[in-house]
Write a protein that binds this ligand. Structure first.
Ligand SMILES: *[C@@H]1O[C@H](CO)[C@@H](O)[C@H](O)[C@H]1NC(C)=O
Ligand SMILES: *[C@@H]1O[C@H](CO)[C@@H](O)[C@H](O)[C@H]1NC(C)=O
Ligand SMILES: *[C@@H]1O[C@H](CO)[C@@H](O)[C@H](O)[C@H]1NC(C)=O
Ligand SMILES: *[C@@H]1O[C@H](CO)[C@@H](O)[C@H](O)[C@H]1NC(C)=O
Ligand SMILES: *[C@@H]1O[C@H](CO)[C@@H](O)[C@H](O)[C@H]1NC(C)=O
Ligand SMILES: *[C@@H]1O[C@H](CO)[C@@H](O)[C@H](O)[C@H]1NC(C)=O
Ligand SMILES: *[C@@H]1O[C@H](CO)[C@@H](O)[C@H](O)[C@H]1NC(C)=O
Ligand SMILES: CC(=O)N[C@H]1CO[C@H](CO)[C@@H](O)[C@@H]1O
Length: 457
């Protein structure tokens, strides 16, 4: 989503155990209140979740990940709750990519493969609701295959590198990464480790983050850990010991001849704003951290948007009633499609179909002043999207913990709110990447004592 954009649940239509009646299908549950003039940003769908999905796909257009005309066309055809439009687009763009001879037009082949990969990925976004659906895996493989073809055609080809995590709470697992070099030679350059969140794939991060990083003479490595798309397909749910994921990546960067190991950065996107600090509390070879956005406690932000009847059942440990209430309301139109996505991704990411267990487990994912103290003197940039109604007050809490939880915290913490009036107020300021990175790098230059960035393409 992508990410779990707007949950906006109203309690009026709360379906109790006793009142389990037939409801409209989820696909028909378009909230009635949308109008272009009362939305924070023009929506490509009346359904806020679909609007965010389309907005996220559109945002990739800035760096070869989509094409505006294609996304607007998909938006014309798409039916909320059904993203098969993406799949037919992916097949057609993929066929076009195959028809381009990379020896003749490598840039054209690259960007076309990038786009077919994007549409394949998006076409399976909703399928996590059924982990047995074979398309969840077969279409994913097509998305990865086209992405790899694309990155092999970059001027400095991207490398798909699978690392091993040895000492984690769930034993050994594989960490898929993509390494992108800013230079074709082996100059030792600063390197940003970029990770996504609850539902988004690392492949998007080439377009959203790495393209903006590489052009400044800085390398970029993306990764996914347990719970995230590829490792989850290998069977691994989210883990709280996120240092088990980051430390092997830092170890790997230390083996490369093209990395300035004194300038390794960590960027957490969305739920990554929760995971990155958990890692930075244990992994101390980092030079700075970016939280886009600050998110100490995801469950807390979501809980306040649930009807109190639901949270009450959870608080009272009424596991069976909570179970029934969640499952019976998944497609309740009064709850909006955000409610459905939050739960489907929670069941998938935590690998349980029991709402009570899932909600309890999600509560283990948090950080606080104590974590900040362990993060110590690492400079941290905390971002907030002004109208990000998914994370709400969480970026402000992140700032508070980082400022108050450690010595000299105020000086080591930089907080920036991206404004809705400038089109940057959405979750993770999606679509405003140019401004995000201008702001990040201005701050980083100060942290590094007046560092001047490159201008490589
Ligand atoms: C938003 O605008 C639409 C169309 O103009 C209107 O029907 C709806 O009532 C408005 N919603 C709110 C919350 O103002
Ligand atoms: C989704 O839409 C496609 C065509 O637009 C249709 O063939 C398919 O049956 C729909 N799927 C669902 C679950 O409604
Ligand atoms: C999940 O997908 C499998 C394979 O397509 C299918 O057999 C099964 O009925 C689906 N389950 C549900 C609940 O839709
Ligand atoms: C449930 O517990 C949370 C955390 O203690 C609290 O913030 C919330 O107000 C409680 N909600 C209800 C309805 O009891
Ligand atoms: C603070 O966060 C850490 C890391 O997640 C956790 O282990 C600890 O229990 C939290 N402390 C409090 C008081 O919530
Ligand atoms: C987000 O929250 C703000 C402040 O509460 C509100 O004005 C705005 O309409 C909300 N945006 C959306 C898209 O729900
Ligand atoms: C705060 O940090 C800046 C560098 O970002 C440094 O120049 C300054 O001396 C620091 N001030 C304090 C009080 O630590
Ligand atoms: C600190 C620690 O537990 N290290 C172990 C990590 O895993 C490798 C491989 O299983 C062991 O050899 C280390 O002892």
């Amino acid at each position: 989503m992508k990410l779990l954009a707007h949950i906006a649940v109203c309690s009026a239509g709360f379906t109790t155990l006793a009142a389990a009646q037939a409801r409209n299908n989820f696909a028909n549950s378009i909230p009635p209140t949308y109008g272009p003039a009362n939305s924070t940003i023009f929506q490509l769908s009346a359904d806020p979740e679909f609007a965010f999905l389309l907005e996220a796909t559109l945002s990739l257009a800035e760096n070869e990940g989509s094409n505006t005309g294609e996304v607007l066309r998909i938006a014309t055809d798409i039916i909320p709750g059904n993203i098969s439009t993406y799949y037919s687009f992916a097949e057609r763009i993929g066929a076009l990519a195959e028809s381009i001879d990379p020896a003749v037009d490598p840039a054209g082949a690259r960007e076309t493969y990038f786009r077919s990969s994007t549409y394949y990925r998006d076409s399976v976004y909703l399928l996590v609701a059924n982990a047995s659906d074979p398309r969840l895996y077969s279409v994913w493989d097509k998305a990865l295959a086209d992405f790899r073809k694309a990155i092999s055609l970059l001027p400095a080809p991207g490398e798909a590198v699978t690392l091993k995590a040895h000492n984690s709470s769930i034993g050994p697992f594989e960490i898929p990464t993509y390494m992108f070099k800013s230079s074709s030679c082996n100059d030792r350059l600063p390197t940003v480790i970029v990770g996504k969140g609850y539902d988004g794939p690392q492949e998007e991060l080439y377009h959203l983050s790495c393209a903006n990083i590489l052009k400044r003479g800085i390398n970029c490595i993306t990764y996914e850990g347990p719970g995230q798309p590829t490792p989850r397909r290998a069977g691994h749910p989210f883990i709280t010991d996120w240092n088990s994921v980051i430390t092997p990546i830092v170890d790997y960067l230390h083996t490369r001849p093209d990395v300035d190991t004194t300038r390794i950065l960590l960027l957490g996107n969305s739920f990554g704003g929760l995971l990155a600090p958990l890692a930075a509390a244990k992994e101390h070879r980092l030079s700075a951290m970016f939280l886009l956005d600050g998110l100490p406690n995801f469950r807390q932000a979501v809980t306040v948007q649930f009807p109190p009847q639901l949270t009450g059942l959870y608080n009272d440990s009424k596991a069976d009633e909570f179970y029934e209430a969640i499952l019976q309301n998944l497609d309740n139109p009064d709850f909006g499609s955000g409610f459905y996505y939050i739960w489907e991704y929670t069941f998938w990411g935590l690998k349980t179909s029991d709402p009570f267990t899932a909600w309890k487990r999600l509560g283990d994912f948090l950080w606080n002043e104590t974590t900040a103290a362990e993060i110590g003197k690492l400079p941290v940039y905390v971002a907030k999207g002004q109208d990000d109604n998914t994370t709400l007050f969480e970026p402000d809490l992140a700032r508070k913990y980082l400022e108050e939880g450690r010595p000299n915290g105020k000086n080591l913490t930089y907080y920036h709110e991206f404004l809705t009036s400038l089109g940057a107020g959405e979750h993770t300021s999606i679509g405003a990447e140019s401004r995000i990175y201008v702001s990040f790098f201005a701050w980083l230059s100060e942290v590094w004592g007046g560092y001047k960035f490159g201008n490589t393409f």
